[in-house]
Design a protein around this ligand. Sequence first.
Ligand SMILES: Nc1ncnc2c1ncn2[C@@H]1O[C@H](COP(=O)(O)OP(=O)(O)OP(=O)(O)O)[C@@H](O)[C@H]1O
Length: 805
Amino acid sequence: MIDDKAYSLSNVELLSDLSSAELAELASEFQWENYALGTEIIKQGQEEHAFYILIKGKADIMIRKEGHRMRRVRSLSPGDTFGEFSLLNGKASASTILCLEECQVLTLDSEGFARMLLRWPKLYQMFIGRLTQNLNEANLTLSEANYKEILRSALQLNQYKDKFYGLWGGPRTTAEVERKLEELAQPKGHLLLTGERGTGRQMMAWYVHQRQSGTEAPFVVVDGRRFDQQWKDLIMEPASQEESSVVYNSNLFDIAEGGTLFIREINLISPHTQLKLARSINYQRNKCFIIGSLDSEPDDLERIIIPELRKCFAHTYEITPLRERKRDIPILAQGFLEKLAQKNQRNVPVLNQEATQLLLSHHYQQGNVSELIQVIERAFYIAEQDVIGLEQIFFGPTAEQNGHTINLLASPTLKGLLKKGVLIGWIRRAAAALFIGLVLLLLFNPQVAVSTKIFALVWGLWWPLLALISPFLGRLWCTVCPFSTIMDFVQKRVHMNRAIPEFVIKYDYILVSFLFLTIFWVEVITDMRFNPSYTAVLLISIQVCAIIIAVLYPRHTWCRHFCPLGGFIGTASVGSMLEVRADPSLCLNKCTTFECYVGTENVPGCPMSQHLPFLDNNLDCKLCFNCVRNCPNGSVQVNLRLAGREVWHLVRVNQGFAVFIGVMLGILVPLYYLASFQRIEVSTSWKVWFSLFYWGAGLTGGMLAWMIVKPFKTKAASLRVKLIFAFTPLVLAGHIMYQAAYIPGIRSLFLGIGYNAHSGLQSFYISATAIANGIALTFGLVLTGITIALVLLRTKEKRTARSKN
Ligand SMILES: Nc1ncnc2c1ncn2[C@@H]1O[C@H](COP(=O)(O)OP(=O)(O)OP(=O)(O)O)[C@@H](O)[C@H]1O
């Protein structure tokens, strides 16, 4: 019978490296089991586990998701294994195995499985590799978290040689680490490494091990987080060894014999197991060197690990957090870039001054050097030139979702539409064609433009509509904006793709504010709203500027850093009801290709240079949906949300746009009173007074906002920034009031509420403009008031929560 089993096992690919003697040894552990057609060998959710090899018959791996019918994931045929996943992670089975025919299997219980892995570590390694491959083919989404854990487990037998960058930092750090390495490599007793996550504790452990025992000696890594579930039984203590009902050929110290056993996050082992571990360490009689690591200050050690275990470690070494040795940052960053360039056979990119400064200003509390590596790797892969600037550095916490949203992509029709992008393409082309027709008409046949009321619609419909729709649809207009379509058309054919000057990135709010002020001023001074030819010249000028910028610089630099209209809609859309966001956990765990930023063969990357997991406000999102089309992981969502919520939840934003809001608010008074209503006769002196009043008010508004929000060194949105953004409804209301006055016929529209022959018509009729203004102003004031109150409440709530922690 054993021969039968050994013969069957010899046909299993996973075991093909074992000799006949070894197969015979292993076969004695396995049991035969038969299952009839339609039976379930394993049930999803089952707690007890065994390892199975299908010898005869066919079976399916089935998964039932909550509220759904059973779904087939994969078929199994003779030689395939199953059950191993649950054995390794100690969790309930994630799937059901259903027999499609009569099946014969060989099974191994959990203890036999553990013995097999210990007896043949190489098998374990192959096993993990095979399992990973199987998992890849199976339902990745469901198993992703477990999959990662297993890969981590697999690391214990992997060679660490090529894992680390082998850099330490600046000369001071390098000298200190080298000295410490020499010292620690002298075997005087076990070592405890303390330091925050990602400071390099593993790396230090590896290099200590390398110096002490050599690269080829075993370096076994186990994780304290899963020690109780996975490894507790593999440590021997003198008393329990004989008592134990399970006799193992080997234990953790045997596996690491002659090398190092590295126990990560040792403090996360339960106190009971810590005690067992302490006894085992003392009992193992220096079979291996032990390194423990934990995230703690050395002074806290007594509190978080039990004294018996603490005493096992003769010395401790604390690795300094990255933020306390900032001089290392540029050297590490450049070093990582060099390694990446070497690996990818590319030129070594250089970090420009601004990018370096940004890297230096960050605190790296999320993951120290690992966090820096992530930022640098991302920058390396998304950089299109050999210089890495601010545009390629994405930092800090990823975007978080606030409150309830409705993902519109849940609708297959809409998803299909956006994924194809054909409709948007046609709308863009149609808008561009209409725009060109309009400009030509204004330029060459202004009388027709006026008599057909087309001209009136330019000022009376286009602009008011923009102010009206952006609180709802955000920058959706920017996607179909003819300026950007024409600019895109030219850019595809002629482009220099120069790096965007840093002053443009840094001071874009000044450029946007200045252009905004200039356009409104020219409009009033030249009486452009009553002059088709001037209007055409303005539109052409804007288009020419957009084209020049598009030829010089990459993507939609114009829309992001220059366009006054884009700036206006962008600030209005911060609180809008539509957002495009990604699921950061999906992006960070699954994505290594950054298609949302880089683009794919057919669809360009984000025109606004956004990396989706870090996109957490609407200011720079044009809702072009390129990311929806590009993302291979389905991470992108198009959400409907509560209007305004982004303002009181604002985390990061280009703070300069608070200045722009100040400017927009400032000019409302001169625009409204002088331009809309007081313009009885446009004399030269009126123009002078208007100009003085207008520029004075605009600049004062901007300066005041600047003084309130300064200093804006980072992108973090302070309370003051949020408060200024809370004024957006008022700004919008003001601009709607100003623009609405140009809606064709509105000035001569009066609404009557009665007739009184004695007191005359006027007392009973009210102008439509006044009603519109009243409504807009009331909405503006009320919404601003509510937003300010919510900003204050939310800040208070956050402060209270922080002080409680
Ligand atoms: N001084 C350093 N020089 C170069 N690379 C470093 C340095 N410190 C850490 N790293 C790199 O940072 C990454 C994380 O390091 P490591 O895994 O050793 O951190 P850790 O403290 O053990 O934290 P974690 O438990 O999160 O892994 C590794 O890729 C490592 O190569």
